[in-house]
Design a protein around this ligand. Sequence first.
Ligand SMILES: [Zn+2]
Length: 204
Amino acid sequence: MEYPSKLIEEAVNEISKLPGIGKKTALRLALHLLKQDTTETLQLAEALVNLREKTRYCKICHIISDSEECTCENINRDRTMICVVEDTPDAIAIQNTAQYNGYFHILGGVISPLEGIGPSDIRIDTLLKRVNDPESTIKEVIFALSPTMEGDTTAFYLAKKLKETEVKITTIARGVPVGGELEYTDEITLGRSIAQRMVYDGKS
Ligand SMILES: [Zn+2]
Protein backbone atom coordinates (compact mmCIF):
# COMPACT_ATOMS: atom_id res chain seq x y z
CA MET A 1 0.00 0.00 0.00
CA GLU A 2 1.20 3.50 -0.83
CA TYR A 3 0.72 6.17 1.82
CA PRO A 4 0.62 9.92 1.33
CA SER A 5 2.42 10.40 4.63
CA LYS A 6 5.37 8.65 6.20
CA LEU A 7 3.85 9.22 9.64
CA ILE A 8 0.60 7.52 8.62
CA GLU A 9 2.60 4.63 7.24
CA GLU A 10 4.46 4.31 10.52
CA ALA A 11 1.25 4.33 12.52
CA VAL A 12 -0.36 1.79 10.19
CA ASN A 13 2.65 -0.49 10.51
CA GLU A 14 2.48 -0.38 14.31
CA ILE A 15 -1.29 -0.79 14.57
CA SER A 16 -1.33 -3.69 12.11
CA LYS A 17 1.02 -5.63 14.39
CA LEU A 18 -1.97 -6.15 16.70
CA PRO A 19 -3.69 -9.53 16.36
CA GLY A 20 -6.56 -9.58 13.88
CA ILE A 21 -5.77 -6.15 12.47
CA GLY A 22 -4.83 -5.96 8.81
CA LYS A 23 -3.33 -2.95 7.02
CA LYS A 24 -6.71 -1.70 5.82
CA THR A 25 -8.24 -1.72 9.29
CA ALA A 26 -5.06 -0.18 10.67
CA LEU A 27 -5.35 2.66 8.19
CA ARG A 28 -8.98 3.21 9.13
CA LEU A 29 -8.03 3.32 12.81
CA ALA A 30 -5.15 5.71 12.17
CA LEU A 31 -7.43 8.07 10.26
CA HIS A 32 -10.01 7.80 13.02
CA LEU A 33 -7.39 8.85 15.56
CA LEU A 34 -6.60 11.88 13.43
CA LYS A 35 -10.22 12.91 13.32
CA GLN A 36 -10.91 12.68 17.03
CA ASP A 37 -9.95 15.29 19.63
CA THR A 38 -6.23 15.49 20.35
CA THR A 39 -6.91 14.84 24.05
CA GLU A 40 -8.61 11.53 23.24
CA THR A 41 -5.64 10.31 21.23
CA LEU A 42 -3.26 11.42 23.97
CA GLN A 43 -5.35 9.59 26.55
CA LEU A 44 -5.10 6.43 24.47
CA ALA A 45 -1.34 6.87 24.15
CA GLU A 46 -1.01 7.41 27.89
CA ALA A 47 -3.16 4.38 28.70
CA LEU A 48 -0.93 2.23 26.47
CA VAL A 49 2.27 3.51 28.07
CA ASN A 50 0.83 2.97 31.55
CA LEU A 51 -0.34 -0.50 30.60
CA ARG A 52 3.14 -1.39 29.46
CA GLU A 53 5.13 0.26 32.21
CA LYS A 54 2.99 -0.02 35.30
CA THR A 55 1.23 -3.38 35.23
CA ARG A 56 2.83 -6.28 37.06
CA TYR A 57 2.18 -9.93 37.54
CA CYS A 58 1.03 -10.63 41.10
CA LYS A 59 3.79 -12.67 42.68
CA ILE A 60 1.29 -14.96 44.40
CA CYS A 61 -1.34 -15.79 41.78
CA HIS A 62 0.43 -14.31 38.69
CA ILE A 63 -2.61 -12.38 37.51
CA ILE A 64 -1.93 -9.09 35.74
CA SER A 65 -2.19 -6.44 38.42
CA ASP A 66 -1.29 -2.85 39.24
CA SER A 67 0.84 -3.92 42.17
CA GLU A 68 3.23 -6.70 43.16
CA GLU A 69 0.44 -8.33 45.11
CA CYS A 70 -3.09 -8.16 43.80
CA THR A 71 -6.20 -8.49 45.92
CA CYS A 72 -5.91 -12.27 45.72
CA GLU A 73 -5.34 -12.45 49.47
CA ASN A 74 -8.54 -10.50 50.00
CA ILE A 75 -10.34 -11.92 53.05
CA ASN A 76 -13.68 -11.95 51.25
CA ARG A 77 -12.53 -14.81 49.09
CA ASP A 78 -13.14 -18.46 49.82
CA ARG A 79 -9.70 -19.50 51.02
CA THR A 80 -10.31 -23.21 50.61
CA MET A 81 -10.33 -23.30 46.82
CA ILE A 82 -7.89 -22.45 44.13
CA CYS A 83 -8.89 -22.36 40.49
CA VAL A 84 -6.08 -23.06 38.01
CA VAL A 85 -6.34 -21.28 34.66
CA GLU A 86 -4.10 -20.75 31.67
CA ASP A 87 -4.16 -16.97 31.57
CA THR A 88 -5.57 -13.77 33.06
CA PRO A 89 -8.59 -13.52 30.66
CA ASP A 90 -9.76 -16.96 31.86
CA ALA A 91 -9.69 -15.81 35.49
CA ILE A 92 -11.61 -12.66 34.56
CA ALA A 93 -14.20 -14.75 32.67
CA ILE A 94 -14.69 -17.10 35.63
CA GLN A 95 -14.84 -14.21 38.09
CA ASN A 96 -17.53 -12.60 35.93
CA THR A 97 -19.78 -15.65 36.16
CA ALA A 98 -20.25 -14.86 39.89
CA GLN A 99 -20.25 -18.64 40.50
CA TYR A 100 -16.80 -18.70 42.00
CA ASN A 101 -15.17 -16.69 44.73
CA GLY A 102 -12.05 -18.62 45.62
CA TYR A 103 -8.41 -18.03 44.78
CA PHE A 104 -6.95 -18.19 41.31
CA HIS A 105 -3.64 -19.39 40.00
CA ILE A 106 -2.57 -18.28 36.54
CA LEU A 107 -0.18 -20.73 34.90
CA GLY A 108 0.82 -18.32 32.16
CA GLY A 109 0.48 -21.02 29.52
CA VAL A 110 -0.11 -24.73 29.11
CA ILE A 111 2.23 -27.64 28.50
CA SER A 112 2.73 -28.04 24.76
CA PRO A 113 5.45 -30.44 23.62
CA LEU A 114 4.86 -29.36 20.01
CA GLU A 115 5.71 -25.77 20.89
CA GLY A 116 8.50 -26.78 23.23
CA ILE A 117 6.65 -25.63 26.35
CA GLY A 118 7.39 -27.94 29.24
CA PRO A 119 6.19 -27.99 32.87
CA SER A 120 9.05 -25.76 34.00
CA ASP A 121 8.06 -23.04 31.52
CA ILE A 122 4.75 -22.34 33.27
CA ARG A 123 3.96 -21.45 36.92
CA ILE A 124 3.47 -24.94 38.28
CA ASP A 125 6.17 -24.59 40.93
CA THR A 126 4.43 -21.69 42.64
CA LEU A 127 1.09 -23.50 42.55
CA LEU A 128 2.60 -26.49 44.33
CA LYS A 129 4.22 -24.15 46.81
CA ARG A 130 0.88 -22.49 47.56
CA VAL A 131 -0.85 -25.82 48.07
CA ASN A 132 1.99 -27.38 50.06
CA ASP A 133 2.56 -24.36 52.30
CA PRO A 134 2.08 -25.53 55.92
CA GLU A 135 -0.20 -22.53 56.47
CA SER A 136 -2.22 -23.29 53.36
CA THR A 137 -6.01 -23.30 53.71
CA ILE A 138 -6.53 -24.87 50.28
CA LYS A 139 -8.73 -27.95 50.29
CA GLU A 140 -9.67 -28.10 46.63
CA VAL A 141 -7.82 -27.41 43.40
CA ILE A 142 -10.10 -26.81 40.42
CA PHE A 143 -8.75 -27.25 36.91
CA ALA A 144 -10.35 -24.73 34.58
CA LEU A 145 -8.26 -25.33 31.49
CA SER A 146 -9.35 -25.24 27.88
CA PRO A 147 -10.51 -28.66 26.64
CA THR A 148 -7.66 -28.90 24.16
CA MET A 149 -4.87 -31.46 23.99
CA GLU A 150 -2.53 -29.00 25.72
CA GLY A 151 -5.08 -28.28 28.46
CA ASP A 152 -5.58 -32.00 29.07
CA THR A 153 -1.84 -32.68 29.15
CA THR A 154 -1.40 -29.90 31.69
CA ALA A 155 -4.26 -31.17 33.87
CA PHE A 156 -2.81 -34.68 33.78
CA TYR A 157 0.62 -33.44 34.81
CA LEU A 158 -0.76 -31.26 37.59
CA ALA A 159 -2.92 -34.08 38.95
CA LYS A 160 0.14 -36.29 39.19
CA LYS A 161 2.03 -33.59 41.10
CA LEU A 162 -0.90 -32.87 43.42
CA LYS A 163 -1.55 -36.51 44.18
CA GLU A 164 0.88 -36.46 47.10
CA THR A 165 -1.11 -33.68 48.76
CA GLU A 166 -4.38 -33.97 50.62
CA VAL A 167 -6.32 -31.66 48.32
CA LYS A 168 -9.35 -32.68 46.37
CA ILE A 169 -8.83 -32.26 42.62
CA THR A 170 -11.79 -31.26 40.49
CA THR A 171 -12.27 -30.10 36.93
CA ILE A 172 -14.91 -27.89 35.40
CA ALA A 173 -17.78 -29.67 33.70
CA ARG A 174 -17.48 -30.01 29.95
CA GLY A 175 -20.20 -27.62 28.92
CA VAL A 176 -17.22 -25.93 27.34
CA PRO A 177 -16.97 -27.06 23.71
CA VAL A 178 -14.12 -29.47 23.10
CA GLY A 179 -11.18 -27.72 21.51
CA GLY A 180 -12.69 -24.35 22.43
CA GLU A 181 -11.02 -21.56 24.29
CA LEU A 182 -12.24 -20.94 27.81
CA GLU A 183 -12.13 -17.18 27.55
CA TYR A 184 -14.59 -17.21 24.62
CA THR A 185 -17.13 -19.46 26.31
CA ASP A 186 -20.30 -17.59 27.23
CA GLU A 187 -20.80 -16.60 30.86
CA ILE A 188 -23.76 -18.89 31.55
CA THR A 189 -22.05 -22.00 30.18
CA LEU A 190 -18.84 -21.17 32.01
CA GLY A 191 -20.71 -20.40 35.25
CA ARG A 192 -22.56 -23.69 35.01
CA SER A 193 -19.39 -25.61 34.27
CA ILE A 194 -17.70 -24.30 37.40
CA ALA A 195 -20.77 -24.83 39.60
CA GLN A 196 -21.12 -28.40 38.30
CA ARG A 197 -17.44 -29.26 38.48
CA MET A 198 -16.53 -32.89 39.06
CA VAL A 199 -13.76 -34.91 40.60
CA TYR A 200 -10.82 -35.13 38.24
CA ASP A 201 -10.18 -38.69 37.13
CA GLY A 202 -7.50 -38.13 34.53
CA LYS A 203 -9.93 -38.71 31.69
CA SER A 204 -11.66 -36.05 29.67
ZN1 LIG B 1 -2.59 -12.26 43.20
